[in-house]
Design a protein around this ligand. Structure first.
Ligand code: IPE
Ligand code: IPE
Ligand code: MG
Length: 253
């Protein structure tokens, strides 16, 4: 590679609310985990935890906008989550359906653009139609982008890029030597988005669970013990403050 590429996860400085400039990540990605444990602790069914989790997602989306975060990605359903009991999968889909119906007006009004990563077209046809409507409705919004990872798996996403590239090369329309990072970036579900600067995972688990393996190359990672339904505006502000205290090097000095 020639020359030093510009850091892909650049951050923006913002005017001080208090003392000193607040460094706000452009893109925050969250693995929302711990809904089931939250419910279990209260002897409630798991769906009660998922319901509370949606409330947390709503609060955190609003708080992210207020903090000046440009892109918020929420991992809502993984390609591996199909392994859960059918009843839980169906509960989760029902909650998602309800969330889009109840929140789309507010999101649209607040200038939020909705994007989906993952193979959402494999979901129930009515849900796909609902999502398509919401995407279309918010496509011209630019205050903040809310990315929902739905039926998302990073390995499936990468395999699809590889298959595409291989087919193009086989068909003669692509010289393999011209494949570079930017080309791959542009073929991912996240194309056009800045990579996450900050990854947060709640509930104490310290793993990626097949989430954005390519895009997180230089993200700062923050693992917190808080269960997702208990994560709120203050917790997000704390995470952003912690991010601001980190030194990012992108391989340089
Ligand atoms: C996260 O909470 C929500 C989804 C994965 C859909 P979990 O349902 O994984 O909660 P725990 O990990 O069982 O507590
Ligand atoms: C990751 O959480 C997926 C989502 C938050 C949607 P999981 O609870 O499914 O992850 P594992 O199974 O603990 O790795
Ligand atoms: Mg979990």
């Amino acid at each position: 590679m020639s020359g030093a590429p510009a850091p892909k996860g650049a951050v923006q400085g913002r005017p001080a609310g208090g003392d000193g400039p607040l460094v706000v990540p452009r893109h925050v990605a969250i693995i929302m985990d711990g809904n089931g444990r939250w419910a279990k602790k209260r002897m409630l069914p798991r769906i009660a935890g998922h319901r509370k989790g949606i409330e947390a997602a709503r609060t955190v989306t609003q708080a992210a906008g207020e903090l000046g975060i440009e892109v918020l990605t929420l991992y809502a359903f993984s390609t591996e989550n199909w392994r859960r009991p059918a009843e839980e999968v169906s509960d989760l889909m029902g909650l998602l359906r309800h969330f889009i119906q109840s929140d789309i007006d507010e999101l649209a009004k607040n200038g939020v653009r909705l994007r989906i990563i993952g193979n959402y077209t494999a979901l129930a046809p009515d849900l796909v139609a609902l999502i398509d409507g919401a995407l279309e409705r918010t496509v011209r919004n630019s205050k903040m982008t809310l990315v929902i990872a739905l039926n998302y798996g990073s390995q499936a996403e990468l395999v699809s890029v590889m298959r595409d590239l291989a087919n193009r090369a086989k068909g003669g329309s692509l010289d393999p030597e011209t494949i570079d990072e930017a080309m791959v970036d542009g073929m991912l579900d996240t194309q056009g988005l800045p990579p996450p600067d900050l990854l947060i995972r709640t509930s104490g688990e310290q793993r990626l669970s097949n989430f954005m393996l390519w895009q997180l190359a230089y993200a700062e990672m923050l693992f917190v013990d808080t269960l997702w339904p208990d994560f709120g505006a203050q917790a997000l502000a704390n995470a952003v403050a912690e991010f601001g205290a980190r030194e990012r090097r992108f391989g340089g000095l």
